[in-house]
Design a protein around this ligand. Structure first.
Ligand code: PGA
Length: 245
């Protein structure tokens, strides 16, 4: 695990965007795994800027998002499809058919999950997966206690996640209770992983991920077992880590 401590959120965002952009520059047909949430917003802004400057071309890139709320339509502004269109897709030249997000309206969720995995497999697997981390240590929507062996599946959101994500909804009652999420197994199959964390609210989760035991009770700790992980933190998110050489 390579841990980078950036001086602030802007620097973290630029560093993440540079790593994502270099992946696509060096391999234009790259398969990226992308994440939603507040943390990657700055990285996406920088990617859009790189695209506008002609530095990176997304015309051959393929993306798979980690998750989508169950029961939420793509045209709902609270959906992750909407989030990705709004923050990234509509600002760059990625082809619509190369953007993949689980279908939150799937009636047969087991079939949707199987097909999602199959699409990732047919695309050649994920070259670079971007992750955030929940205050409870979740990655994607793999909540504490979820099996490390799970592929894409329907998950029950943890009460902490519902509380944290209620800021995006009119009220806590409107936050969906379920989501379709890539599993830990799907995430760990990515060839390279970048995880971003910003702010003091993530410090404990970051400490557990880097220093704690590898346990499903702290899903992000599984990343200790992945050979190619870069963790980019701001000072606050890194504040509980022991000083590094
Ligand atoms: P955040 O979410 O970026 O909005 O903090 C991260 C997560 O829950 O994985």
């Amino acid at each position: 695990m390579e841990v980078i401590i950036a001086k602030d959120y802007d620097t973290l965002s630029k560093q993440a965007a540079m790593l994502l952009a270099s992946q696509v520059i060096s391999q234009p047909g790259s398969v990226l795994g992308l994440a939603t949430g507040s943390t990657p917003v700055g990285a996406y802004k920088n990617l859009v800027a790189f695209y506008n400057e002609g530095i990176v071309d997304f015309s051959r890139a393929i993306v798979f998002n980690l998750d989508e709320y169950y029961g939420v339509a793509p045209e709902n502004p609270c959906s992750y499809r909407w989030f990705m269109e709004d923050n990234l897709f509509k600002h760059i030249n990625i082809r619509q058919e190369n953007t993949h997000i689980p279908n939150g309206l799937a009636r047969d969720t087991a079939a949707e999950c199987r097909e999602y995995e199959e699409k990732i497999r047919r695309a050649g697997g994920i070259d670079l997966q971007l992750l955030g981390i929940g205050g409870n240590g979740h990655i994607g929507f793999n909540e504490p206690g979820d099996s490390f062996k799970s592929a894409t599946h329907l998950v029950e959101l943890d009460s902490g996640t519902i509380a944290a994500n209620s800021r995006f909804f009119a009220s806590r009652d409107e936050v969906p209770r379920q989501a379709i999420s890539m599993g830990i197994k799907s995430i760990m199959a990515a060839r390279r992983i970048i995880l971003l964390a910003s702010g003091a609210g993530k410090a404990k989760a970051v400490y557990e991920m880097v220093q704690g035991p590898v346990t499903p009770e702290h899903p992000a700790s599984v990343l200790q077992l992945h050979p190619q992980v870069i963790i980019i933190l701001d000072q606050e998110a890194a504040s509980l880590l022991p000083p590094r050489a």
